[in-house]
Design a protein around this ligand. Structure first.
Ligand SMILES: [Mn+2]
Length: 261
């Protein structure tokens, strides 16, 4: 999928990995404040905005984080274009959620043309070639059959599975804090270079690893890794990558903290 920035886009924000799970959580509140305040004309949410997405009917749960976030995005959509890509946790976000949010679904990968350049946008998980167990799981849960079967379960059953996934994820994080950092898989550099060459652009923007960095891939190619968000962690993290497009049309990427009360 290709998107060309219209002339009125001067500020474009990229975010991922907020892992929102409760309306009242500080990270959710920080995101809602960010949405009210951002000057961006376009927002690109590149996956794992939600900790888990059990189906668009979660929007009917009053007071749920899904409903709150959709309503807030819909408000922003009056003044900014919103593009949402699924991550490995929230890939089941469907048309009803996009409609409720005033957002456009963004395929993984997609290319944004802005400031005279192309930006390859992806969540990042598909490039983690070393994580073979995950890639097998990914192939399964991305199949139409699996998704149809999952979504046909009663909402209450999917809510229970969602709670189990959250609990596992919390236990995982607690272990990581208590012991040495857990092993993690980074994106495969060769796979990234091939993806960039396939679409003929030099810059890749992705999330997923929770290891924000700017990697020089050589030959003028760069990989920008987005930060995850967790305002309860030490130090707290909440950051967007912002593309600022000057009146002359040139662009600059910069990491912007969005913490603050
Ligand atoms: Mn992810």
């Amino acid at each position: 999928m290709e998107i060309s920035a219209p002339a009125h886009w001067h500020t474009v924000d990229f975010l991922s990995d907020l892992h929102l799970d409760r309306t009242e959580a500080p990270t959710t509140q920080a995101f809602l404040r960010y949405l009210e305040q951002t000057p961006a004309q376009a927002l690109f949410l590149l996956g794992d905005i939600f900790e888990v997405w059990i189906g668009d009917d979660a929007l009917h749960v009053d007071g749920g984080v899904e409903q709150h976030v959709a309503a807030a995005l819909r408000d922003v959509s009056q003044r900014a274009a919103i593009f949402i890509m699924g991550g490995n946790r929230d890939f089941l976000m469907g048309n009803a959620f996009m409609h409720a949010s005033g957002a456009q679904a963004l395929q993984d990968p997609s290319v944004l043309y802005a400031s005279g350049q192309g930006y390859l946008l992806t969540h990042g998980d598909a490039h983690c070639l070393g994580d073979t167990a995950y890639l097998a799981f990914r192939a399964m849960v991305r199949s139409a059959d699996w998704q149809q079967q999952f979504l046909s379960k009663p909402l209450s059953e999917r809510q229970m599975l969602g709670r189990q996934m959250r609990a596992q994820s919390e236990a995982h994080k607690a272990t990581a804090r208590a012991n040495a950092p857990l092993q993690w898989h980074d994106l495969d550099t060769q796979a990234c270079l091939e993806s960039l060459e396939n679409v003929g652009v030099n810059t890749m923007i992705h999330g997923h690893t929770h290891h924000p960095a700017t990697h020089d891939l050589g030959s003028g190619k760069t990989r920008w890794v987005l930060s995850d968000w967790d305002t309860s962690d030490h130090p707290p993290r909440a950051q967007v990558l912002r593309l600022s497009i000057s009146p002359s049309g040139s662009g600059a990427l910069q990491r912007m903290p969005v913490l603050g009360s």
